[in-house]
Design a protein around this ligand. Structure first.
Ligand code: ADP
Length: 468
């Protein structure tokens, strides 16, 4: 059989399973039955041969034990003893040396043919012959009864043996057929049990492909085996896919919505310029300034969106000096917001953190610029950075003494496009993407981030870095 032949058969899994089980059981049973049948046959036929030889030995002993004066006639008149030595099927004939029958004990079968080979007084010739259509053992042996010398012929038909063999064969066939039927039913049941969840899984996949994630069917297979695990895995995978699919959809919807606003504003202003602005330098100037602001916002948003979409693998060999990166970001921010006060406190050694300098700068920039931008009205605004390098991790906290974030908004500030209402009303320029980018980077480098905020007191971001 070609390798993988069964795999290539265009049959259902259930049929393949049943075919394999059926063929295996059939072959095993056939081999066992043949071996058993042959062994029994050999054993029984040997028994028959032994019985026939024993009978002829007994007969010889009987004849030899007779007195010298005994005659065939005398024996024939008293044949009950001799009959007792034979079984019902056996026949013994005594021939004189000319081949003429002198005496017969039992008369079950006709006489057999004499052996072709030469006989002497001591030989016993045993052979198989078919007499009256029945196979049997025929034994010839020289015999002396009183003064008489002749040849004794024993016919031992194999009827019992054949009946026995037929009976065994019938039993083997019936039991075999029954066993086949039983095992095929069991394997059909098992195949049904095992294939059912696979079929359900296939149907579920079909359904999801045709009708989307909403069409999730229930599986009624709850066993904790490989199949159960497979279904569980599929369910988890589908849920994750659904969540990420919904998130993607939401993201696209939010992104287009957020981009539409500045485009509409620009469109409105361009129409205004077209209609009135050409001759009115005031309108022209105002519309151009607004359009440019919107374009800058749009540009920033697109850049941030691209950054979020570009999910690169984390650089495993990355190492950043936290203090250096902080100083660099601080300088950048001081250029934009010169009045801001930064305070840094360092505890412990100064090990490097497992993050790229670029990512760390982005994280610091987003958090610190938020602290400045959203608290521009706060007098004496301070940003305190505490850098605590312990044995296993590096803890950095960035704290401001600003307005704080209302509790109900805190869980959402890392969501894309999420902006706290006040920041919109206060007209702080922003896209709502800054903290989502921070979250993405933090997850990428397995940094633990926590945020606490108290209204009118300030906000504190804690970052726990792995050491390089
Ligand atoms: P953006 O990119 O528009 O600044 P973020 O995702 O960075 O948006 O921030 C989300 C919201 O969290 C902001 O709208 C702001 O209201 C709030 N926020 C973030 N940091 C602070 C902070 N230090 N103080 C007050 N509000 C903050």
């Amino acid at each position: 059989m070609k390798k993988g032949y069964i795999k290539q058969l265009h049959l259902s899994l259930k049929s393949k399973w049943m075919l394999a089980v059926g063929v295996t059981i059939f072959i095993s049973y056939a081999i066992i039955s043949i071996v058993l049948y042959v062994a029994l046959q050999t054993w029984l036929i040997n028994n028959e041969e032994k019985n026939a030889l024993r009978t002829i030995d007994d007969m010889s002993t009987f004849f030899e034990a007779q007195e010298n004066t005994v005659t065939i006639q005398k024996l024939q008149n008293n044949s009950a003893l001799m009959k007792a030595i034979l079984t019902q099927e056996q026949t013994v004939r005594i021939f004189n040396l000319d081949g003429i029958e002198i005496m017969r004990i039992n008369d079950v079968t006709s006489a057999a043919e004499f052996p072709t080979e030469e006989m002497n007084y001591f030989s016993t010739i045993i052979e198989k012959q078919s007499i009256d259509g029945t196979e049997g053992y025929v034994i010839h042996r020289a015999v002396r009864i009183g003064q008489f010398q002749g040849i004794m012929q024993l016919i031992h038909p194999l009827t019992t043996f054949h009946t026995m063999m037929n009976y065994i064969l019938t039993t083997i066939l019936i039991v075999g057929f029954g066993a086949m039927l039983f095992s095929v039913s069991i394997s059909y049941y098992l195949a049904n049990v095992l294939v059912k969840p696979i079929v359900q899984l296939r149907d579920a996949m079909h359904l999801v492909r045709n009708n989307g994630f909403k069409a999730q069917p229930q599986f009624d297979y709850s066993a904790h085996d490989e199949l159960g695990e497979l279904l569980q895995m599929y369910r988890t995978l589908m849920n994750e896919l659904e969540i990420s699919f919904t998130k993607q959809q939401q993201f696209v919807a939010d992104a287009s919505h957020e981009l539409r606003t500045p485009i509409q504003v620009i469109e409105g202003h361009l129409s205004l310029i077209k209609r009135w602005g050409k001759n009115d330098p005031e309108i022209l100037m105002e519309s151009l300034t607004t359009s440019l602001t919107e374009i800058t916002r749009m540009k920033k948003m697109i850049e941030e969106l691209l950054q979020l979409a570009r999910r690169e693998e984390a650089d495993e060999s990355a190492a950043a000096n936290i203090e250096e990166v902080y100083e660099q970001v601080k300088e950048e921010l001081l250029q934009l917001y010169p009045d801001t006060q930064f305070y840094l406190a360092v505890v412990g050694q100064r090990a490097e953190a497992a993050v790229t300098e670029h990512a760390l700068a982005q994280i610091f920039r987003n958090i610190m610029s938020n602290s400045i931008r959203y608290n521009s009205n706060v007098p004496n605004l301070q940003i305190n950075i505490l850098y605590n390098d312990t044995d296993s991790t590096i803890l950095v906290t960035i704290e401001d003494n600003g307005l704080g974030i209302p509790k109900e908004h805190l869980p959402y500030i890392f969501d894309r496009f999420y902006r706290v209402d006040e920041s919109r009303t206060n007209h702080v320029a922003g896209t709502g993407l800054g903290l989502s980018i921070t979250k993405m980077l933090v997850d990428k480098y397995r940094i633990l981030m926590k945020v606490d905020s108290t209204l009118q007191k300030g906000t504190i971001f804690s970052l726990k870095f792995h050491k390089k």
